[in-house]
Design a protein around this ligand. Sequence first.
Ligand code: PRP
Length: 210
Amino acid sequence: MHHSKVTIIEHPIIARDLTILRDETTKTAQFRSAMARIATILAYFALKDLPLREKKIITPVTTASGFDINTEIVVVPILRAGLSLVDAIINFVPDAKVGHLGMYRDETTHEPVDYYSNLPDNLKNTLVLLVDPMLATGGSADDAIGFLKKQGAVNIRFISLISAPEGLERIQNKYPDVSIITAAVDEKLNSDAFIVPGLGDAGDRYFGTD
Ligand code: PRP
């Protein structure tokens, strides 16, 4: 069966910063800055094959040809934790739109519960970058991708920081057209559906609500 592509981004800065994020003694400020640096590297790779359109410009010296990015981009964070990856992407593509999907995972069933959505119209001709630092059971990403497709999205890329094999497999099997970019594939899920070794609850640690 056809599987979607998973790209695991390796970089010494990511290795160092993942360690900071995983360490339980890391405080909110350090957690945020490590997240911001990793997000920048992930964003850089996620945007590596953007289509370009040639354009003519006039420099102070002569005429020259250059490039514009030839696609609309919508960044869609899964709230809350996905917000931690948005700024890094829109730093590179400041005209990107941002759509929001609110979901939390029920602590006993581990199933995602939707509480909010606000997406721009016309997702059809748009590159949709769905972002969430944690891909655990894959329930949230599964729901989010299903919803985006129902809204017309056809070109979806999922960016996560840490993925569990269970979540990766679920998304790869169900959505073979959605490529996945991640910084780490961890060992497994525990009985609370937390990623092991993981970093705990990314949203709580990023927003200081733990
Ligand atoms: C966490 C995480 C993902 C989801 C991953 O969100 O940020 O959205 O769980 O789990 P899954 O792959 O098993 O669905 P959480 O419920 O902690 O909400 P928060 O982002 O508001 O903290």
